[in-house]
Design a protein around this ligand. Structure first.
Ligand SMILES: *Cc1c(COP(=O)(O)O)cnc(C)c1O
Length: 391
């Protein structure tokens, strides 16, 4: 462990040096199967040939230009990204660097949209209890979990958290509310897909009351659930979509996209980001989009996800209380604390397994899209051995 990092993370005792596909190697040469993808970031796995080539070639050409100008590759990236999100009604994009930054952008769009059309006092943004939207002061305020609301106040004013569909009608107050920000499948709170009923009701009320419907697709988007955006599978159109995590396969990047109602809200000088749309990240993003928008590739994500769920259900394991899956996003509720299971998977011999937790008693699996059937079976067999040992 380093003396030089601030103490923000509960770090596990492993130091990685290399990766290949769904495998990682540590400083002792031990190998690990990666069912975490760096929290849904390394969606194409490690050392993906086309991604490595694109980043290397781009690094040798042009790494950065500021947004006074455009770069050839960022133009291509923006067009491909908007097209990939056109099923959800997206028309334009703002490029940034992270999920929190993308959600900040979304909140700014909702506030300005409402202010220009309806004047002051209609700035509230509704989010869900259990949601996670980021670590900046505003995105912590947007996050509907009490444990994040300690120590760092005062927070940005104007966020309301609702438990679910019963509270929608009242919370989406036409006089005070500018936007609704939701994850179609909640990630950090344990892989919790919203019901069709909820999403449809939300979309209908937002349309009727001119409230922006904003999907945080940072964890569940980019093919993770088997459709390019998770919200697409509900058959609704969004006003704003945010992306980050896997968008450039591991190079930091994020995006705020907007449809007809909101695409023109930001005017010159309203928003910016020094690194946003950086050529290096754009070159990586083009490879991710070219790969993940292929319908056959998306179908494989769904098939692999169903395989994972089928194997887990087949165990009938006494420690497993619930299994929720959408594509390669799986939440497993267990009777015990998740963290010791995660530690035991990491420590397993001769090869370890990387998994994530979500909350105290849920295991979260987010393998890379390129994982093979054999690797799925191998990783789950290892997880089962660990669960058997702790039963
Ligand atoms: C990870 C995550 C964020 C925050 O992204 P950062 O890149 O860490 O700022 C926001 N929303 C969701 C749903 C996430 O999973």
């Amino acid at each position: 462990m380093s003396d030089y990092f601030m103490n923000t993370y509960h770090r596990l005792p492993v130091t990685f040096t290399e990766g290949r596909g769904a495998w990682l190697y540590d400083t002792t040469g031990k190998v690990y199967l990666d069912f975490s993808s760096g929290i849904a970031v390394n969606c194409l796995g490690h050392n993906h040939p086309a991604l490595v080539r694109a980043v290397s070639v781009q690094a040798a050409k042009l790494i950065h230009t500021c947004n006074y100008y455009q770069s050839d590759v960022s133009l291509v990236f923006a067009e491909k990204l908007v097209r990939a999100c056109s099923g959800a009604g997206m028309k334009k994009v703002f490029l940034c660097n992270s999920g929190a930054e993308a959600n900040e952008g979304a909140c700014k769009i909702a506030r300005k949209y409402s202010l220009k059309k309806y004047g002051e006092g209609r700035h509230r943004i509704v989010t869900l209890k259990g949601s996670f939207h980021g670590r900046t002061i505003t995105t912590l305020a947007a996050t509907g979990q009490e444990k994040f609301h300690r120590d760092f106040g005062p927070f940005t004013e104007g966020f309301d958290y609702i438990p679910g569909i019963a509270a929608l009608d009242k919370a989406l107050d036409k006089k005070t509310t500018a936007g609704l920000l939701i994850e179609a499948v909640q990630g950090e709170s344990g892989i919790v897909p919203q019901s069709e009923e909820f999403i449809r009701a939300a979309a209908a009320l937002c349309a009727e009351r001119d409230i922006l419907l904003m999907f945080d697709e940072i964890q569940c988007g980019l093919g993770r659930t088997g459709t390019f955006l998770a919200c697409e599978s509900y058959g609704v159109k969004a006003d704003v979509v945010t992306l980050a995590k896997g968008i450039a396969g591991g190079i930091p990047a994020g995006a705020v996209l907007a449809g007809d109602r909101a695409a023109g809200v930001f005017e010159t000088g309203d928003h910016g980001s020094t690194f946003g749309g950086n050529p290096l990240a754009a070159a990586a993003g083009v490879v991710v989009l070219d790969t993940v928008t292929d319908p056959a590739f998306l179908k494989e994500i769904s098939r692999k996800g169903e395989k994972i769920t089928a194997i887990l259900k087949g165990w009938n394991h006494p420690l497993v209380k619930g299994i929720r899956g959408r594509g390669l996003m799986t939440g497993i509720d267990i009777e015990k604390d998740a963290w010791p299971v995660l530690e035991a998977c990491l420590a397993a011999d001769p090869s370890g397994l990387l998994i994530l937790s979500a909350g105290q008693k849920t295991l979260r699996l987010l393998p890379p899209y390129v994982i093979s059937d054999g690797e799925i079976e191998q990783g789950l067999a290892l997880l089962r051995t660990v669960l058997d040992a702790s039963a």
